[in-house]
Design a protein around this ligand. Structure first.
Ligand SMILES: [Zn+2]
Length: 307
């Protein structure tokens, strides 16, 4: 009996302890709940976004990432012609994913237009950016420009009569920039080469570089080598062709490539090449300038049909 009493007493004491523990725990929970109802927490709770807001969170809108555009203040026809020239040269394989075309502004002779950094075959008027004479984008345009825009700016600075420029990496001209063999006019379409096609070596002024004309200093050095010529080769890189119109620069770029191909073929046959004389070069160039509209109109129509 004594043992039973002792057991009951022990059980009773245990139940009392359990009740005491439960009571303490309840108090702690109540205290925590009161604390969680602080003004700050309540405010946050009240401003909890609706389901619709959560599905369209304002912070995720890429407003800050959107580049700022500036529509070039030039004639609409000029923008279209630069885009067309880009596509024409791509389809003639004078430009590929790289290379570019520019035109001097018809409103401000210190400015020029070219596309944002883009494969030329994809060029449209909406891709055009306007640059000042230092080759910097105007109007706060934050789209990505071509790294080598300095080629264009520095040639426009030194050659006031130049209205359009093409920079190409055509493989046909590369051998002439690395061997010392001069690119010279071998047929009438390449007659403008009578003015010479000097080779510019970026290493002369820039030392070891990534081969890109990525600043005004290098652009000016290239422009100096070009001098009064219609075309200059860039050692291990490509060439630049200039013209008094977009049509002429396009024509010269296409036929620089054509002349280089023919000259290489002729040299493979052996024997001396019978080049055009300087007089033939001058006369033929004048004749071609008078006929410039014919190929340009054809190329424009072809580019528009295939657009
Ligand atoms: Zn280049």
């Amino acid at each position: 009996m004594a043992a039973t009493k002792a057991t009951k007493a022990a059980n009773s004491a245990s139940s009392a302890t359990k009740r005491a523990i439960k009571k303490t725990a309840k108090k702690a929970v109540a205290k925590a709940a009161t604390r969680s109802k602080s003004p700050v927490v309540s405010k946050v709770a009240k401003s909890t976004p609706s389901k619709a807001t959560l599905l369209k969170p304002k912070l995720l809108k890429p407003k800050l990432l959107k580049p700022k555009l500036h529509k070039p203040r030039v004639g609409a026809g000029l923008l279209e012609d630069v885009a067309i020239a880009s596509r024409v040269l791509a389809r003639h394989q004078v430009l590929d994913a790289f290379g570019h075309v520019s035109a001097r502004s018809d409103r401000n002779p210190d400015h020029f237009v070219m596309t944002r950094s883009l494969a030329p075959e994809l060029a449209t008027p909406a891709d055009m950016m306007e640059f000042d004479i230092d080759s910097e984008a105007v109007g706060g345009d934050t789209r990505k420009p071509f790294v080598e825009r300095y080629i264009h700016g520095e040639i426009y600075r030194t050659r006031p009569e130049v209205m359009a420029i093409v920079h190409s990496h055509a493989m046909s001209v590369i051998p002439f920039g690395i061997t010392g063999a001069a690119l010279r006019p071998v047929y009438h379409m390449g007659s403008f080469l009578h003015s010479g096609a000097p080779v510019w070596d970026i290493r002369d002024k820039g030392g070891d570089t990534d081969m890109l004309v990525s600043n005004r200093y290098l652009g000016r050095a290239l422009a100096d080598t070009l001098g009064r010529c219609a075309c200059a080769l860039m050692r291990g890189h490509g060439f630049v062709a200039v013209g008094s119109s977009i049509a002429e620069a396009t024509f010269r770029a296409i036929y620089t490539d054509g002349n280089a191909r023919i000259q290489l073929q002729a040299e493979s046959l052996g024997g001396p090449i019978n080049f055009l004389s300087d007089a033939e070069g001058r006369l033929t160039t004048a004749g071609n300038q008078n006929a410039m509209e014919r190929p340009w109109n054809l190329w424009k129509q072809q580019a528009k049909r295939k657009a």
